[in-house]
Every structure is written in C-alpha cells, then in structure tokens.
Design a binder for this molecule. Structure first.
Ligand code: HPA
Ligand code: ZN
Length: 342
C-alpha cells in the first residue's frame, strides 16, 4: 500500500479533520462577484480578472508580502452582516463537501469589522450563529478560533480575547496569533494570550513560517501554544525540535500555502516528511483555500504524489489532527473513533 498512489476520490472519501483554515482566506470568487455587484464595489467584472487580485497566480511573486496583500483586497467585501454570515456559511459548506468531519475555522474579527466599522461583538455574534447553523445543515462539526494579527494593535487583540472568552459556549474554543512574523514580535501579545488561556481558551500561534525556529520556541515558552501554525522552520534547530516533542506540540502544516508564500522554493523541497521522521506531531491543513485555490483533499493527494509520503503516514496525520482538536476529552475521543473507524 505505501508505495501506491490513490485516485483523487479516495482523498475526498476519507473522513478528514482540519485544524488550520482562515475564514477570510476561504471566500469564493463567485460570491465576491455577487457581493461587488450588490454593494456597488468597483472591481473587475470577470472572474478571471478578479482572481488575480485575490488568488495566487502562477506568475505571482512567491513572497509573504504578496500573500498577505490578497487579504487587503478581501477586506473590501466585508460590507454587511449578510455578507459575513454568507462567507461563514459557505466556508463551512465547502469543508463539508470535502468530507471534513471536524473543522476548526479561524476568523479575524478586527479584519471583518474594519471596512464598515462594525462592533467586534456583532461580528463575532454573526460568525458564531452562522457557523452553528451551517454545521447543522451540512452535518459537520465546527468550532471557531478567534485570530489576531501581530501587525495590528494589541489593544484590539485584547478586546477580541475578552469577547472570545465570553463566547466559549457558542463555539469559540481558542485564540490564534497570525500576521507578519518577520517585522512584528509576539511579545506584546503575551499577557493577552495568558489571560485567554486562564479564561479556558486554547492557544495556537503562527510561528516558524516566515521567520526562524526561535519563534517556535517563543510561541511554546512565552505564549503557551499547544499547537503551532506552520512551524516548518523548527527543523532549522534541533533543540527546538526536542522542545516541541517534549511539550507534545502539534504542527498545523500547510504545504501549498508555504510554497506560495515563499517559505520553500518548491513543493518537493517542503520539510513535512522530515518533520514526520523527527517524530513531531504533524497535521495537514489548507490555511487559505480560497487564496491558494485548493481543498484539503488536494493537499493530501499532492503530499502523497509530489512528496512521496505514504498513505499510512497521511492517515496518521489525519488521526493526529483529531487527537489535537481543541475539544473536551469526551468529544475528542468520539472524533478519534470516527476517524479510526475508517
Ligand atoms: N501566516 C500568517 N498570517 C496569516 C497566514 C499565514 O500563513 N494566513 C492568513 N494569515
Ligand atoms: Zn494561517
């Protein structure tokens, strides 16, 4: 089995768990055109022209600056409660169609609120209610992570953390730190993440993606991360690899995203096989499926076929994602059973 590949429908049919997907990076281009038309946003009218602004193209510079620039255009669309609810519903629907059984969808309240000055509290309310309704309609389990950016204000992040803690019952299970890791430190956010953890939220931190292994150490030791977004540059420092193993840290690895944002020079240079080999807890995730034009099944197949990782190892990543879900023990055990059965 381990030397074979499998048809794409095999990867679709596999019941999957995804831990790292951004709502803002999941918007469908067809929905953007609808929103632009309904709200008088002046944008290219063709899908192709719009795609260039919001999705990575073959001719794009593969840099993190270019990757992050797509979010600036995407912010133009957050025009009304209806738009934000629709985005959330469609992100959940797309995951369900890819046979994802459990999705942790992260969203950035500051980004969603900015264009129209919506109160953070309202934005969080719309995402929570829409995600819960869509989860029921599309038969998928969904939990939410509130994400804040390093390159934005810690004061706003503090408000987000407080509101997230007030909405644990409504499905927000954790906090995430994202954004420009090259120019902005995580340390101004340390107190906020400490309080969030005390309030019962779990912590995942984008680190070791666009900057080195030291940021992975910082995320574990200073920010209280149980999971690391990306973290692939951990492989540059054996001591940090050992630290991550000791702490049982799980890595949310997004191979296509890493290629498109310039972390690795080619897909087949991606260190995910080495991370597995080093006995790190590795999961496979999409990051921003809309921007990257992928789904989770695509990532599994690509890692199998381009990187030569065995099907057994990929199934282990999927199971690891279930084990690392930010769920109470009983719900996590139930999820593991569903994934193991397959
Ligand atoms: N890194 C940091 N911030 C992000 C990313 C990422 O890969 N995707 C969306 N926000
Ligand atoms: Zn991310």
């Amino acid at each position: 089995m381990s030397n074979q590949t499998a048809p794409l429908n095999f990867y679709y049919s596999l019941p999957k768990v995804e831990l790292h997907r951004h709502l803002e990076g999941s918007l469908r281009v067809s929905t953007m055109l609808d929103i632009a038309y309904a709200n008088g946003i002046s944008l290219p009218k063709s899908k192709f022209e719009l795609s260039k602004l919001v999705q990575i193209q073959d001719e794009d510079a593969l840099t993190f600056q270019n990757f992050l620039s797509k979010f600036n255009t995407l912010r133009l669309f957050y025009k009304s409660p209806e738009v934000i609810k629709r985005m959330t519903r469609e992100a959940v629907e797309d995951a369900a169609k890819d046979n994802i059984k459990y999705l942790e969808l992260r969203f950035t309240p500051v980004a969603l609120s900015r264009a129209e000055n919506f109160p953070l509290k309202d934005v969080i309310d719309w995402v929570c209610s829409s995600a819960a309704e869509a989860a029921k309609d599309f038969e998928i389990k969904v939990r939410l992570l509130a994400s804040v950016n390093r390159h934005e204000s810690p004061e706003l992040a503090e408000q987000v953390a407080r509101l997230a803690a007030e909405n644990i019952e409504r499905g927000i299970v954790g906090m995430d730190l994202a954004g420009n890791e090259v120019e902005f430190s995580a340390i101004p956010f340390k107190g906020i993440f400490k309080e969030a953890k005390q309030a019962g939220l779990q912590i995942t931190i984008h680190a070791g993606e666009w900057a080195g292994a030291e940021n992975v150490r910082e995320a574990i030791e200073e920010l209280g991360a149980k999971r690391i977004g990306h973290g692939v540059r951990v492989m540059e420092d054996e001591q940090v690899v050992a630290l991550a193993r000791e702490h049982g840290i799980t890595f949310e690895v997004c191979v296509t995203s890493n290629y498109q944002s310039g972390v690795v020079p080619s897909l087949d240079a991606h260190p995910i096989p080495q991370m597995m080999h080093a006995n790190l807890n590795v999961t496979v995730d999409t990051d921003d499926p809309g921007i990257s034009r992928i789904d989770l099944s695509h990532e599994y197949r690509m890692i199998r076929e381009e990187l030569g990782v065995s099907l057994e190892s990929l199934k282990e990543c999927n199971l690891q994602a279930a084990r690392s879900a930010f769920l109470p023990d009983d719900e996590r055990e139930a999820l593991i059973m569903i994934i193991e059965k397959e």
